[in-house]
Design a protein around this ligand. Structure first.
Ligand code: C6P
Length: 399
């Protein structure tokens, strides 16, 4: 229904119509977003927060209006809690560096889950080498749901922070983060929610989740690459030191001493991606007009339809079979290498992702090197799923 808003979807690859099912990696962009970028450079380009001149003020207004759009989209209390970053990865590194430096010490524990993306593992390992705290890993059941009893046992007065993806980028599992936040808070710990794979698919409200930090990437929610968001509870952001030093984030600099800007600018060193923030706001307005609930219902239908069809394909092993599963179907077929399946599907015009999906510890838990993954967006259709299943059957027959 919305396909015509996405010009790229009507192109062909290898002389075949494109069936794009790699949306968990990045989504395609509606015309409104691409045009917003062009228009911003043609008509309103000037550095923000610096100039007294007309263009700078107009660009600044747009950048700050975008912050308000993000605030409203995720239900934050104040724009002071919305920090623009380069994406989820930078948001996670920001929290690790800044929160970690201020609040973590030897003997403390940081809890991660077995299904975290590398971006929510490696920053904590880097910091652990410097600070000497302990990482605890929440295991999962075979259906891809977290072992909540193990999580409950893990929480103690040593727990400082719990880091959990809202939705697994491989399993599609929607984790019970609201419950996890409540449990962590009862134990006196903070919670960081990696919402890279939830914000594009259903309404996410930070006040309702009551989380302390939440991260997401613009490019996964129909916005441009290079822009992302860190939500942080104001109390924590106030108490945390700056992440990077430079322009924008200072109040006054002398060679003896520097004082920092108020929130959120304290965390935004250097010229921000003000064109990206504006285009992200256009993307969020776009999905809001369609309605996150409508997007969610549509993608849930596609996921269930695809899962049912996959179960009929001989030799298929599915990863992630919880009832609360979102927009991702991960699988292997017999002993066919995932890369071969992906490459042959590509020749049929069908784009899926193969490999470890930046979740190698999860692959180890599943006992595999890698797998294939089809992932859905608002513009996908049952016809896309039919084409994918037909393509998969053809590929399987070739082996
Ligand atoms: N997952 C995927 O194909 P960046 O690269 O910073 O925009 O997002 C990192 C990231 C963090 N957390 C989760 C849950 C993610 O899924 C991702 C990105 C892509 O699954 C690229 S590896």
């Amino acid at each position: 229904m919305y396909r015509s808003d996405f010009p790229i979807l009507s192109r062909e690859v290898y002389g075949r119509p494109l069936v794009y099912l790699d949306n968990a990696a990045t989504t395609q962009k509606p015309r409104a977003v691409v045009e917003a970028i062009t228009e911003a450079y043609y008509a309103v380009n000037a550095n923000v927060h610096r100039g007294v001149h007309f263009l700078s003020q107009q660009a600044t207004e747009r950048h700050e209006a975008a912050r308000e759009t993000v605030r409203a989209f995720i239900g934050a209390r104040s724009t002071a809690e919305i920090v623009f970053t380069r994406g989820t990865t930078e948001s996670l590194n920001l929290v690790a560096s800044s929160f970690g430096a201020a609040f973590l010490k030897p003997g403390d524990e940081v809890v991660l889950t077995v299904m975290e993306h590398h971006s929510d593992i490696v920053p904590w390992q880097l910091l652990r080498e410097r600070l000497g705290f302990t990482l605890r890993i929440v295991p999962m059941h075979d259906d891809g749901s977290l072992d909540m009893a193990a999580y409950a046992d893990m929480l103690s007065e040593s727990t400082r922070l719990v880091c959990c993806c809202h939705v697994s980028n491989v399993l599609g599992t929607v984790n019970p983060v609201k419950q996890m936040v409540r449990m962590a808070h009862d134990a006196g710990a903070c919670v960081l929610v990696d919402a890279a794979q939830s914000v594009p698919h259903f309404a996410v409200d930070v006040a309702d989740l009551d989380c302390d930090f939440l991260t997401f990437s613009g490019h996964k929610v129909y916005g441009p690459t290079g822009i992302g968001v860190l939500y942080g509870r104001e109390r924590w952001l106030e108490a945390m030191p700056p992440y990077q030093g430079g322009g924008e984030m200072i109040s006054r600099v002398t060679f003896e001493r520097t004082t920092y800007e108020r929130l959120p600018y304290k965390f935004e060193a250097g010229t921000p991606d003000y064109v990206g923030s504006h285009a992200l706001a256009v993307a969020l307005d776009y999905v809001s007009r369609i309605g996150m609930d409508a997007i969610h219902a549509h993608e849930r239908d596609l996921t269930a339809y695809c899962m049912a069809a996959m179960r009929e394909v001989e030799g298929v092993r599915l990863y992630g079979e919880t009832a609360d599963k979102d927009a991702v179907v991960a699988f292997n077929v017999g002993d066919i290498h995932h890369l071969d399946i992906g490459t042959l599907l590509d020749r049929l015009g069908i784009a899926i992702r193969t490999g470890h999906h930046c979740a190698q510890p999860l692959m180890q838990r599943l006992g595999i090197e890698g797998c294939c993954r089809a992932s859905f967006a608002l513009y996908n259709t049952r016809e896309d799923v039919d084409a994918f299943i037909a393509g998969l059957r053809r590929v399987v027959q070739m082996f």
